[in-house]
Design a protein around this ligand. Structure first.
Ligand code: NAD
Ligand code: 2HG
Length: 534
C-alpha cells in the first residue's frame, strides 16, 4: 500500500492528529511555526498538508510541493491558501466549514456586547485602580430594539442573527444568496444592497469571506449611512473594513466604536491607529474559532477528510472541485473508468489541437452528478499529450482554459439503442469526432467510434484499422498479425451503412512491432492503422 506523508504545519487538536495517524498508509509529521523558507525546503516530501490560518500557502510553496495532492484547512477561510496556484498545480483544497460556526458566532456576539458596554477598557481601568473614574467614563449602549445589519447571512451570520433576535434586536440582512423565503423563515428583513442594510443601522456585523469584491466592504461612505453612535463588529476577516476610515468615523463621533477579532495585517503593529481609542472598543487576536469544541471539531473533520481522500478517494468540502462522497464514488466509479478510456481514445483518434470537447449523457445517467465523469474524460484527453503527473482531475479545467479548449457538458433525452450512453466529442472547426460507451451490467464498453458501432473493452492493447469495405482485408490483417507472432484476443468489425468505410478493432496480447504496422499501412485498401493501450 502506498504511504502518504502528511505535514500538519499549524496547531490542530491532538484528536485530529491521532485520527490521521491511525489511518492505514498515512504517516503524519507535526511541525508548526515553520518560517516560509523552512516550509519551502520540506514541502516537497509531503502528499498532504494541514493548516489553520498561520501557514501561508503561496504560489512558491505550491511550486515546491511536487508531491502534494491535498491541503486541508482546519477552519473556514481559505484566504491564506493561493487557490488558483493550488488548482493549477492540481492540488485539492478542502476546508471544514461547519466545525467552528457556533464558536465564531458566540465570539462575534461577545464582541458586540463588550463594545456596547466597554468591557475591555473598563476591565483595564479596574486593574489600574481607576474604579471610580471608570464608573463615570464607561456609559454603555443598550442593544434592546436596536437595528442590526448582518452582512453575509451564511452559517455564522445566521447564528449571530438568531442570538440578536433573542436580545430583541431588529435584524436586516444582506447576502446575494439570501432568498426572500429564507429571510422570512429567519424573520429578518432582506436588504437588496449592503447600503440598504446599513442605512439606519445601529450595529453592523460582518460574516462574509474576504475576496476582491468584499475587500473594504465597510468604507467611509458606508459608515456614514449608519446611525450616529453605531458599532462595527468584525469577526470575519481584517481586509473587510477600511481601518483608517473606521478610526476617523469613531474620532468624529459618528461611529461609537468597534469590536474586532481580525485585522488587515496580523499580527497588527503596536502603533495601529485604532489602538489609541479607548471607548466602546474591544480587540481580540483572531480568537473566533479558539474554543476546545471548535478546535476539536475542525481538527477531527480535517483529519477525516484527508484520510478519506487518501484511503477511499472521497472528496468532501473541496473548494476547487466537485465533492464526491463514498456512495457517489462507488456509483459513478465504472463511468469514471469509461470516461478515461473515451478521453484517451479521442486523444489518439480525434483531431489535433481541437477547439471544443463536449461530453453528453443519455438515459438515467443524465440525472446523476456527472461533473467528475466529464472531468475524467477531459483529464484523459489532456494527459495523452503531457508528461506523467502534469494533468490531474483538479487542474484539468484550468489547463483546458489555458489551451482555449471549450469544454461543455450536456444531457440528452433522445432515445439510443443503449439504456445509458456517454458520448465524448472533439471538435476542430467543422471536423467532429465522437466516441461513445455504455455499461453492460457493471462492465464499461466502448460502443461507438466515429459513428461506427463496435463492442470493445476499455482496457488492453488495441489495433484500430480503418479500411475499405471489400473482401480479403480481414484475412490480410489476420495473416500479418500471425506472421508477426501477435496473438488476437478479440476482434470486431464495423462499417457504415453505405459501405464506404469499415473499422476493424483488434485487441492483441502483445505490442505490435513497427514492421507489422508498416506492412499494414502499405496494404492496398487499408487507410489508417493506429495502436493504443487503454
Ligand atoms: N474570526 C475567526 O476566527 C473566524 C472563524 C470562522 C470563520 N471566519 C470568517 O467568517 C467568514 C464567514 O464564515 P461562514 O462559515 O459563515 O461562511 P459561509 O460561507 O457560511 O457564509 C458566508 C456568506 O457570505 C455571503 N457573501 C459572499 N459575498 C458576499 C457579499 N459581497 N456581501 C454579502 N454577503 C456575501 C455568502 O453568500 C455566504 O452566505 C469566513 O469566510 C471566514 O473568513 C472567521
Ligand atoms: O484557525 C483559526 O483559529 C482561525 C479560523 C478562522 O479564521 C476560519 O476562517 O475558520
Amino acid at each position: 500500500m502506498a504511504t502518504y506523508r502528511v505535514l500538519v504545519s499549524d496547531p490542530i487538536s491532538e484528536k485530529g492528529v491521532e485520527a490521521l495517524a491511525a489511518a492505514p498508509g498515512i504517516s503524519v509529521d507535526v511541525n508548526t511555526g515553520l518560517k516560509p523558507e523552512e516550509l519551502l525546503k520540506i514541502i516537497g516530501d509531503y502528499h498532504g498538508l494541514v493548516v489553520r490560518s498561520e501557514t501561508k500557502v503561496t504560489p512558491e510553496v505550491l511550486a515546491a510541493a511536487k508531491n502534494l495532492k491535498a491541503i486541508g484547512r482546519a477552519g473556514v477561510g481559505v484566504d491564506n491558501i493561493d487557490r488558483k496556484a493550488a488548482t493549477d498545480h492540481g492540488v485539492i483544497v478542502m476546508n471544514t466549514p461547519t466545525g467552528n460556526t457556533i464558536s465564531t458566532a458566540e465570539h462575534a456576539f461577545t464582541l458586540m456586547l463588550s463594545a456596547a458596554r466597554n468591557i475591555g477598557p473598563a476591565h483595564s481601568a479596574v486593574l489600574k485602580g481607576d474604579f471610580k473614574a471608570a464608573r463615570k467614563a464607561y456609559q454603555g449602549i443598550e442593544l434592546n430594539t436596536k437595528r442590526l445589519a448582518v452582512l453575509g447571512m451564511g452559517r455564522i451570520g445566521t447564528e449571530f442573527a438568531k442570538r440578536a433576535q433573542a436580545f430583541n434586536m431588529t435584524v436586516v440582512a444582506y447576502d446575494p444568496f439570501l432568498t426572500q423565503a429564507r429571510a422570512d423563515e429567519l424573520k429578518v428583513e432582506l436588504a437588496k444592497t449592503p447600503d440598504e442594510a446599513l442605512k439606519g443601522a445601529d450595529v453592523v456585523t460582518l460574516h462574509v469571506p474576504l475576496t476582491p469584491e468584499t475587500n473594504r466592504l465597510i468604507n467611509a461612505d458606508r459608515l456614514a449611512l449608519m446611525n450616529k453612535g453605531a458599532l462595527v463588529i468584525n469577526c470575519a476577516r481584517g481586509g473587510l473594513v477600511d481601518e483608517v476610515a473606521l478610526k476617523e468615523a469613531i474620532e468624529s463621533g459618528h461611529i461609537a466604536g468597534a469590536g474586532l477579532d481580525v485585522f488587515e495585517v496580523e499580527p497588527p503593529p503596536n502603533d495601529h491607529p485604532l489602538f489609541t481609542l479607548n471607548k466602546h472598543v474591544v480587540y481580540t487576536p483572531h480568537l473566533g474559532a479558539s474554543t476546545n469544541e471548535a478546535q476539536e471539531n475542525v481538527g477531527i473533520q480535517v483529519a477525516e477528510q484527508l484520510r478519506d481522500f487518501f484511503v477511499t478517494g472521497e472528496i468532501k468540502n473541496a473548494i476547487n472541485m466537485p465533492s464526491l462522497d463514498a456512495a457517489t464514488r462507488a456509483a459513478v466509479g465504472p463511468y469514471l473508468d469509461l470516461a478515461a478510456a473515451l478521453g484517451k481514445l479521442l486523444a489518439k483518434l480525434g483531431p489535433e489541437n481541437p477547439d471544443a470537447l463536449r461530453v453528453s449523457y443519455h438515459g438515467p445517467l443524465a440525472t446523476k452528478d456527472t461533473g467528475l465523469v466529464s472531468r475524467t474524460a477531459l483529464m484523459a484527453l489532456l494527459e495523452a499529450s503531457r508528461p506523467d503527473g502534469q494533468v490531474n482531475i483538479v487542474n484539468a479545467p484550468a489547463i483546458a482554459t489555458q489551451l482555449g479548449l471549450d469544454v461543455t457538458e450536456s444531457t440528452i433525452n433522445a432515445k439510443t439503442e443503449f439504456n445509458e450512453l456517454v458520448v465524448v466529442e472533439l471538435k476542430k472547426g467543422d471536423v467532429r469526432y465522437r466516441v461513445a460507451g455504455t455499461l453492460i451490467g457493471q462492465s464499461p464498453r466502448i460502443v461507438e467510434i466515429d459513428k461506427l458501432y463496435v463492442d470493445c473493452n476499455i482496457a488492453g492493447r488495441f489495433l484500430f484499422v480503418e479500411n475499405d469495405d471489400r473482401p480479403g482485408i480481414v484475412g490480410v490483417i489476420g495473416t500479418a498479425l500471425g506472421n508477426a507472432g501477435v496473438n488476437i484476443a478479440n476482434m470486431g468489425l464495423a462499417r457504415t451503412s453505405d459501405r464506404t468505410r469499415a473499422l476493424t478493432v483488434i485487441e492483441v496480447d502483445s505490442e505490435p512491432p513497427a514492421s507489422l504496422l508498416d506492412l499494414l499501412k502499405s496494404t492496398p485498401g487499408i487507410v489508417k492503422v493506429i495502436t493504443l493501450e487503454l
